[in-house]
Write a protein that binds this ligand. Structure first.
Ligand SMILES: [Zn+2]
Length: 66
């Protein structure tokens, strides 16, 4: 299930939700203030810094694959 990022227009807090594709543009209420005035923003799941650590770790242990 894809992760979508939303931002509240009332309190400007950002939050992420796991939702089905069919629901990604439906309204969702802000977990901070309960407002329904939220915008879906660009999903950031492809940007995470965690992937860099995984990449360097697999590089150092690449000899195990031979
Ligand atoms: Zn809010």
């Amino acid at each position: 299930m894809p992760l979508y990022e939303y931002q509240c227009l009332q309190c400007t807090s950002g939050f992420t939700e796991l939702r089905r594709c069919a629901e990604m543009d439906s309204q969702i209420d802000c977990p901070e203030c309960g407002s329904l005035e939220t915008n879906r923003t660009i999903s950031s799941f492809a940007v995470g810094g965690a992937s860099a650590g995984v990449a360097s770790g697999s590089a150092s242990s690449s000899s195990q694959f031979k």
